[in-house]
Ligand binder design. Structure first.
Ligand SMILES: [Fe+2]
Ligand SMILES: [Fe+2]
Length: 326
């Protein structure tokens, strides 16, 4: 079942409890009553099309419509989601399972197998941490530069960075299979089987969560970043200021002067009296990106003064009079 922005948030969880994790990582609190996806996202300041794209990818409902989702998502929002997922695995989930594992296996006795299993687990956790650290430090830094409208120099590209990282998802899966297999096949039976089975269940659930995370990176995120990268390259080769995000590159035909939705939002906040920094914080983008939007707005509307911009926004119905800072 493919969810749309009219769906109720509670229905998402009823349909697939794994979406609880998605909701939490987007920073949407529970207790949403009968709120729709659109209302809950708006209240939490989350880009609803990106939230829905992740939800529908994880539930498997989006496999035939990935190309159109790529056009709609905010790369910045998607990247924040992936970074929150990294923090969850590294700072919370892996240490929590380690604590349970220590309680489940007998580390107090001279039990070589218990220590070897713990060592195996620590090596697996370190491999996951290295993998996510590479993404945070290299891939996401590269993507942030694209979002800021900069095309990295030399032959840097997302495809090249991803290629260097390519085998890691398969390697993570192999390592977690081995970890489960070693515990199931070789841990002596003179232990608290219930506790060990419970820990194994946690490892299975974490593995499934990690697989979903890797799948999102290999599909939606990879394609959205390459779409963004292509847009930045084209803008720069045409001598234009680049669009800030993948979904910015498509201005709607009905927009005055071809302004994109993000540009209209920046204009609305400018004429409401917000500073570049305040706009950047509100839209979860960098101050450089706000400046890029403002240059694009000036170029498209041929308007530079804020007073004229305010009149333009009112006349074109982009803002109500009571929102304007006089
Ligand atoms: Fe990741
Ligand atoms: Fe990854």
């Amino acid at each position: 079942m493919k969810f749309t922005d009219n769906a109720h948030m509670s229905d998402l969880i009823r349909d697939d409890y794994r979406l609880l994790q998605v909701i939490a990582r987007f920073g949407i609190g529970l207790g949403f009553g009968n709120q729709t996806v659109e209302a809950a996202c708006q209240a939490a300041g989350v880009h609803a099309p990106t939230f829905l794209a992740v939800v529908n990818c994880i539930t498997g409902a989006a496999h035939t419509s990935l190309a159109s989702l790529v056009q709609q998502v905010s790369v910045a929002e998607l990247m924040r989601y992936l970074q929150r997922s990294h923090a969850y695995f590294i700072d919370f989930r892996l240490p929590a399972i380690r604590r349970k594992l220590i309680e489940a296996i007998d580390c107090s006795a001279p039990n070589q197998i218990a220590f070897l299993i713990l060592k195996f687990y620590d090596e697996y956790a370190a491999e996951v941490a290295r993998h996510m650290d590479y993404e945070n430090r290299h891939i996401h830094t590269y993507v942030q530069r694209l979002l800021d409208g900069q095309l990295p120099t030399g032959d840097d590209s997302y495809a090249k960075l991803e290629h260097q990282h390519h085998d890691n998802h398969a390697s993570l899966t192999k390592s977690s299979h081995e970890l489960k297999s070693v515990i199931i096949k070789y841990y002596p039976s003179d232990t608290d089987t219930q506790r060990l089975a419970d820990t194994l269940m946690d490892i299975y659930i974490m593995e499934e969560d990690l697989l979903s995370h890797c799948m999102l990176e290999d599909t939606l995120f990879a394609q959205a970043v390459q779409h963004l990268e292509q847009g930045v390259r084209e803008s720069i080769s045409q001598g234009e200021a680049p669009a800030a995000t993948a979904n910015d590159t498509t201005a709607t035909a009905a927009s005055p002067d071809g302004l994109s939705e993000r540009e209209k939002e920046v204009m609305r906040l400018v004429v409401s009296g917000l500073s570049n920094k305040e706009i950047a914080d509100k839209m979860f983008i960098s101050a450089n990106t706000v400046m890029t939007h403002r240059r694009n707005i000036a170029r498209k509307t041929q308007i530079r003064s804020s007073a004229a911009l305010t009149i333009y926004a009112i006349v074109n119905g982009l803002i109500n009079l009571d929102e304007v800072k006089i």
